[in-house]
Design a protein. Structure first.
Length: 109
C-alpha cells in the first residue's frame, strides 16, 4: 500500500469514527441503547466513552499501518495529547449536528 494512500485512509477513518457517536443512537453503531427495556437517547457520557474507544481503535490501526510501512517510532504523552485533540476537532461536526443545530418542530395539521 502506498504511504500517502494509507495516511488519507486513516484520516478518513478517523473522521468517520469521530462523528459516529453523535450521528447514531446505537452504541458503537450496533447495539441499541435501552433504559428500562425501552429504546432511549444515549447520554452524553456514553458518547464520550465511544469517542475514546474509537480513538483507541484508530490509533491501534495507525500503529499497525506504521509498523507495516517501516519502523515504528516511540511516542511520548505529547503525541497522544495532540492526536486526541485533533480527534476531538474531527468530532466537532457531529457534535454540532447533535447538540447545537435547532430542529424545527413538526407542523401541526
Amino acid at each position: 500500500m502506498n504511504q500517502t494512500l494509507a495516511i488519507w485512509l486513516l484520516i478518513g477513518l478517523a473522521l468517520v469514527c469521530a462523528n459516529l457517536p453523535f450521528l447514531t443512537e446505537r452504541v458503537f453503531a450496533v447495539l441499541p441503547w435501552r433504559q428500562g427495556g425501552a429504546p432511549a437517547p444515549k447520554p452524553f457520557w456514553v458518547r464520550l466513552a465511544e469517542l475514546l474507544a474509537f480513538y483507541l481503535l484508530v490509533g491501534l490501526l495507525a500503529f499497525a499501518v506504521e509498523a507495516q510501512l517501516g519502523n515504528r517510532f516511540r511516542q511520548g504523552w505529547e503525541f497522544y495529547a495532540i492526536t486526541f485533540s485533533l480527534f476531538l476537532v474531527l468530532a466537532y461536526p457531529g457534535f454540532v449536528l447533535r447538540y447545537l443545530v435547532r430542529r424545527r418542530p413538526a407542523p401541526r395539521s
